[in-house]
Design a protein around this ligand. Sequence first.
Ligand code: FER
Length: 293
Amino acid sequence: MKKLYFAALLAMAVSVGANAQPGNRGFGPRPQINVTFNDYIPAPASFDQVTADIDRGTIKEIEYKSKTVGTTRRATVYLPPKYDKKKKYPVLYLLHGIGGDHKEWMLGTPNVIMDNLYAQKKAEPMIIVMPNGRALPNDKPEGNIYGPEMVKGFEIFEQDLLNDLIPFIQKTFKTYTDKSHRAIAGLSMGGGQSLNFGLGNLDKFAYVGGFSSAPNTKQPEQLIPNVEKTKAENKLLWMVCGSKDGLMFNSSRLKDFCDKNGVPCTLIQYPEGQHDFVVWKYGLYNYAQLIFK
Ligand code: FER
């Protein structure tokens, strides 16, 4: 009996160890949902490499007062090359993961990816806003970041985004203010937020993207309670997830629902992709070319 108990413990330790490999970070159970993925087309090798002698956008850090949180909060903003105050721009809200803050996306060099796209005229000029998606008085990724109080901050951010950040961006920069000129996308927790907030506010966001979306992603029936309304009002529902990412089920569950209900939806499985910036950079590169067109 003792021996059996020991064997069971050993098996558990081995399986926890296996789950802790990079790529799934020990993320819980992994339901398999069989869906037909959209074609994976590799990005050109130089998509994230600094190109000499092209126009470059600018990165700033902004601060805004949040009534929702009761604090002054920060966001990173990327303005396109030759930002012209006499023009108006659409805005992409680009959200980080559970371990990040408003600076995390910079690890994916979105400015380099976008500068290259603009040089090749492959994307519409847009402002990219990278907020801190943990709407709590202490919004640093420290302590028990998976704890329910901190995870709750990612849910509360919906109110901060809609009622505080978007109005601030619209009065600070030259932006369009209608849903057809507003997109939302994010990585992991930010992917879940983007699907939840984007599909949950069809009057505010026409373009929705989820990269390696996390378990904060709502159930498909909650995300799309009215198939005909989503079909009529959403212009893009685009997802990517690594084939080696234990969080795939959050994306494949939604893709399955969309396919069964005739809702246009893309899900690309990044070959050998893990839960990292290789996938997220690919996500931004592709998603940015599809929005505002
Ligand atoms: C979870 C596993 C992963 C979870 C969140 C994540 C809230 C988020 C990962 C990330 O943002 O990288 O169970 O629950």
